[in-house]
Design a protein. Structure first.
Length: 385
């Protein structure tokens, strides 16, 4: 899952970058041999003598249609693709060299890499989409479109949500900054004061509302203001990330090991010393970081599953779904483009079993290898009907 697990449980002009490389185009399947020629004319010698031609098929029988991946089995030899980036606080040349060295050590191939600057991240709301579950309440959706549980709101604050909304006294974090004429840092101060005063309520997973009481201003209600200070780390004029689209063989590197041993856990203090986060923790001064890594500023992000990798490539690089390797496999398995795109923001989905239970889509697919992730995604898609 994303590096905001801690936040989920606690109580603000450039075009998209063009990747510098891409996966090689899939090899077209070999055409079947034509019908046998007259026996008086010998077959031509095969091009590869060590690999005989397949037996000829009857000329009246067309090539079979591609097999629908109802069993959710990727093509043989399929590679796992992930999206990785150095976070702004750790985007130094020395850190990038450590990342590439680690990739080489464990057999991870870099397909393409590049830089995305803060103004681009800001204008395209790339970090907002990346952390959609939290950012949607902070920057992307107006209060009227937020799923505020009226009972929880009135129980905490002593007035009806419908009244507050009608009177225009509620803002998302971005709107609060604009309304109060303050920046992300100042908003955090007011939000922290509301937290200390007990004027904060959790409305759902990653969904908080606080009653802000700034000096010389009328009180307002604000949602997820804590997101803005973290957003600012990515969107500052001098901020940037360095991204890598990588691939690796699931038979030699499981996704769980890619995250747990190559990347390291969310808390760098608990990361194995040979992992990227572990090395950054041990060598942060040498690598040019301004401070020791922590659970938020932990150096490097990496996709938590093949599905999240797809969602991140679609967001950060604007890769069309039908052109992404994993996207192609999901479509071939019978999933609709509409569903895949809706799932890219980690909605709550019905779980298999018919008991009415729901859960985070990303949680269901986390750490699964390619074939298992594909199979699970298909299973979940069928449970939605």
């Amino acid at each position: 899952m994303l590096c905001l697990d801690a936040l989920l449980n606690m109580g603000c002009g450039a075009s998209a970058p063009t990747p510098t490389g891409s996966d090689p185009a899939p090899v077209a399947p070999a055409e079947p041999d034509s019908a046998p020629v007259a026996p008086t004319e010998p077959d031509p010698a095969p091009l590869a003598p060590t690999e005989p031609n397949p037996a000829p098929v009857a000329p009246t029988e067309p090539d079979p249609a591609p097999v629908a991946l109802t069993a959710a089995t990727p093509a043989g030899g399929a590679m796992q693709h992930a999206f990785v980036f150095t976070k702004p606080h750790a985007n130094t040349q020395a850190v990038r060299e450590v990342v590439l060295a680690k990739f080489g050590e464990v057999g991870i191939e870099v397909v393409t890499e590049g830089e995305i600057d803060g103004p681009t991240i800001d204008s395209k709301k790339l970090i907002d989409q990346h952390y959609y579950a939290i950012a949607s309440k902070a920057t992307l959706l107006p209060p009227a479109e937020l799923p505020v549980p009226a009972d929880k709101f009135s129980e905490k604050f002593g007035e009806e949500w419908s009244t507050v909304l009608a009177e225009g006294r509620a803002y998302n974090a971005l709107g609060a900054c604009e309304h109060l004429g303050i920046d992300a840092t100042q908003l955090k101060v007011v939000w922290d004061a509301a937290t200390t005063a007990g004027k904060l309520v959790k409305l759902g997973g990653g969904f908080y509302c606080g009653l802000l009481e700034p000096e010389d201003k009328a009180p307002i209600y604000c949602f997820n203001a804590f997101f803005m200070s973290m957003r600012g780390k990515f969107t500052a004029a001098d901020a940037s990330i360095h991204y890598y689209v990588v691939r690796f063989d699931p038979s030699t590197l499981a996704w769980a090991d890619f995250r747990g041993k190559v990347l390291g856990p969310t808390d760098p203090a608990k990361a194995p010393e040979g992992s990227l986060r572990g090395m950054l923790m041990a060598r942060w001064e040498e690598l040019g970081l301004e401070g020791a890594p922590n659970t938020t500023d932990n150096g490097v992000h990496a996709s938590a599953s093949p599905f999240e990798g797809l969602a991140e490539r679609m967001n950060w690089l604007q890769v069309p779904l039908a052109e992404d390797e994993f996207g192609k496999q999901l479509l071939a398995a019978g999933m609709s483009e509409e569903m895949i795109k809706a799932w890219s923001v980690d909605p709550q989905v019905a779980l298999p079993g018919g008991e009415g239970k729901q859960g985070s889509l990303f949680d269901q697919l986390e750490d699964l290898d390619l074939a298992e992730c594909l199979s699970k995604a298909v299973e979940l898609s069928k449970a939605q009907s």
